[in-house]
Write a protein that binds this ligand. Structure first.
Ligand code: KG4
Ligand code: ZN
Length: 359
């Protein structure tokens, strides 16, 4: 079955074609970064208006580029939550109208299930069971994956998500939107040991996260030190050192909790997905640490090092390939959504574990 994927939950308009037998045929992403940059963050109304203008030409281009026609389409999958209500509606209405016109089934997809399964777009597909660290702008979750749809929640954030902490901290340091990638680039020139920032909630049992205190620690340090007389070069160094120290603290915290989750579950495969999994320091730090870490995994209890799997960079941040993939898996398993067009700006991923909750 050839499945169209449509993603419009926030500030990327994306379409994809996924063949249930052959895998990903192609995908296109239009980023709205330039549109929102002047406002320092996403303006929901502008996002919706732009999605409406982009969706049709983007799909037309994808079909042309891949040499396919609408008559070959067997299903349409689209993100119906979580995300910005207006932005979600543009993709939902477009996808549902398309499915209706083509007389093929449509499927409402949970955006975070897309991120969760994005590593399966690669040739080196991780095989369940594994632990997934889902780190995006709105989520920081540890999930045990036993099969498609068989998810057990191990830990969640009590306040800010990891990406949100990156974005808010970037704002504190005066960096432009989107904060995460800017902060990460700046951190490459900084000294990560310059400031001893907390590794929140690592000194107590459990797998939950809390990042708002870390952001506040950066804010108070920055507000205190940046007021002092200093040259532009010194101010730049302060900013880079704080960025690097913050990044090290958040990555250490994520890594410590991941190791704890793997040991608790007796698993030796770790998947990291969502926008923050694009972070270069995170990848280096996780790879270095886990290549030297052994876990007693499996029924035999034999010790093995941890396999860490990331989606390639193009599938870490928002894209429609991951939505088409989930659509293909669920549509070929016989699922399809009802006739009403609804979106769910707030949609806990935990509901997917209950049969029928995602229809
Ligand atoms: O998955 P995603 O594209 O959208 C959501 O579903 O939220 O994730 C976006 C988040 C933003 O908070 C962004 O700042 C963060 O991922 N992000 C990064 C990096 N690239 C994106 N954070 C740190 N380092 C990066 N390189
Ligand atoms: Zn996302």
């Amino acid at each position: 079955m050839l499945v169209i994927g449509v993603e419009s939950s926030c500030d990327e308009t994306a379409v994809a074609l996924y063949d249930s037998e052959q895998g990903l045929v192609g995908h296109l992403v239009h980023s709205q970064i330039d549109l929102h940059a002047a406002y320092g963050g996403v303006v929901p109304e502008l996002a919706s208006r732009d999605h409406i203008q982009r969706l049709i030409p983007l799909l037309r281009q994808l079909l042309n580029d891949s040499g396919h026609t609408l008559s070959q389409i067997g299903g349409v999958a689209y993100t119906s939550g979580p995300g910005l209500a207006g932005a979600l509606l543009t993709g939902a209405v477009y996808a549902r109208a398309l499915a209706w016109a083509l007389e093929v089934p449509a499927l409402a997809v949970h955006h975070m299930e897309g991120h969760l399964l994005a590593p399966m777009l690669e040739s080196n597909t991780p095989q369940p069971p594994f632990v997934c660290l889902l780190v995006s702008g709105g989520h920081s979750q540890l999930i045990r994956v036993d099969a498609i749809g068989a998810y057990t929640f191990l830990g969640d954030t009590l306040d800010d998500a990891a990406g949100e902490a990156f974005d808010k901290t970037a704002k504190v340091l005066g960096l432009p939107y989107p904060g995460g990638p800017h902060l990460s680039r700046l951190a490459e020139n900084g000294d990560a040991t310059a400031f001893d920032l907390p590794r929140p909630m690592t000194d107590r049992a459990g797998l939950d996260f809390s990042f708002s205190g870390l952001k506040t620690a950066v804010m108070t340090t920055w507000n205190r030190l940046s007021q002092q007389p200093m040259s532009d070069a010194e101010l730049d160094k302060l900013r880079a050192d704080l960025a690097a120290s913050f990044q090290a603290a958040i990555v250490d915290t994520l890594r410590i909790k991941c190791e704890r989750a793997l040991r608790q579950e007796g698993l030796d495969c770790l998947v990291i997905s969502g926008g923050v999994s694009a972070n270069r320091h995170l990848r280096t730090s996780f790879d270095e640490h886990f290549s030297n870490t052994t876990i007693s995994a499996g029924s035999t209890g034999g010790a093995s090092t941890v396999d860490v799997v990331y989606p390639s960079l193009e599938f870490c941040t928002d894209n429609a390939a991951m939505i088409a993939l989930v659509g293909s898996l669920r549509l070929t398993a016989g699922e399809q959504s009802g006739s009403d067009i609804t979106v769910r700006p707030r949609w806990p991923l935990s509901e997917l574990c209950c049969p029928g909750a995602n229809a």
